[in-house]
Design a protein around this ligand. Structure first.
Ligand code: NDP
Length: 245
């Protein structure tokens, strides 16, 4: 299998896109560590799903807003499995409100989870990533096209991932590490359920006219983690059903 002998860390791996990605990377052959903020039981279920595929797995509670906890999750990954090859920066929170109604606490919380936590995890992981290493971040299609009002804070947080990806790719290419970004469109998860109040508008804003699945995003992460994608770096891979078209 393409990731045999490799170790992946997926932040926010207890539900949604992160859980699907963790299981997919295990199916590709990796041992996988997932972090979570609150969902201990769901994270344990993901661990069991990974183990049932013959891979080693660990769940670590690490709020992305807590830098020490995020660093400890990276340390625990290497302590448990001896290495780190693939970091998937997936943990993130949504936020919808006009800027005028956005409190300073909202700004601090969203930027702490969606931006600062990603920087902290990436910095901690970089120390361990060698030839063939991967940093794969889950951004958002709102960076390419904002579908309506109320998205300023979230779009700011996800747009920062473009800068992270391009700048870090320049730093890590000399040591054979690629850095890439996935832009999901509307994906059916707890964050954005396909039967939610704004779902019909979101589905119709895509070219294909439907929500995507977490597994469809996980397939893109799997491609970027594959050693065969070594020439793909600083790339943005949209998995958005044509939302930006
Ligand atoms: P979900 O809300 O379904 O799952 C979020 C996951 O992230 C959970 O495992 C959750 O853990 C974890 N998480 C949330 N907050 C934190 C935190 N502070 N620290 C650590 N982990 C945390 O979201 P999705 O799967 O939909 O989203 C995953 C990523 O994809 C996010 O970055 C999101 O912005 C992005 N995205 C999603 C889209 C969509 O339509 N669904 C579209 C575009 C981008 P716990 O269970 O413990 O809360």
């Amino acid at each position: 299998m393409i990731l045999d002998g490799k170790v992946a860390l997926v932040t926010g791996g207890s539900r949604g896109i992160g859980a699907a990605t963790a299981v997919r990377l295990a199916e590709d052959g990796a041992d996988v560590v997932v972090t979570y903020a609150d969902s201990e039981r769901l994270a344990a279920e993901v661990v069991e799903r990974i183990k049932s595929r013959g891979r080693r797995a660990l769940a670590v509670r690490a709020d992305n807003a807590d830098a020490a906890a995020v660093e400890a999750a990276v340390t625990a990954t290497v302590a448990e499995f001896g290495r780190l090859d693939v970091l998937v920066n997936n943990a993130g929170v949504g936020f919808v409100a006009p800027l005028e109604e956005t409190a300073q606490d909202d700004v601090d919380r969203v930027l702490a989870v969606n931006v600062r936590g990603v920087l902290v995890a990436s910095k901690a992981a970089v120390a361990h990533l060698g030839e063939g290493g991967r940093v794969i971040t889950i951004g958002s299609c709102v960076t390419d096209r904002v579908p309506g009002p109320g998205m300023v804070l979230y779009a700011v947080s996800k747009s920062a991932m473009v800068g992270l990806t391009k700048a870090l790719a320049r730093e890590l290419s000399p040591r054979g590490v690629t850095v890439n970004l996935v832009h999901p469109g509307p994906i059916d998860t707890d964050l954005n359920p396909a039967d939610g109040p704004y779902a019909a508008d979101q589905a119709s804003s895509t070219a294909v006219g439907r929500y995507g699945s977490a597994e469809e995003v996980a397939a893109a992460v799997s491609y970027l983690a594959d050693p065969a994608s070594a020439y793909v770096t600083a790339a943005i891979l949209s998995v958005d059903g044509g939302h930006a078209a």
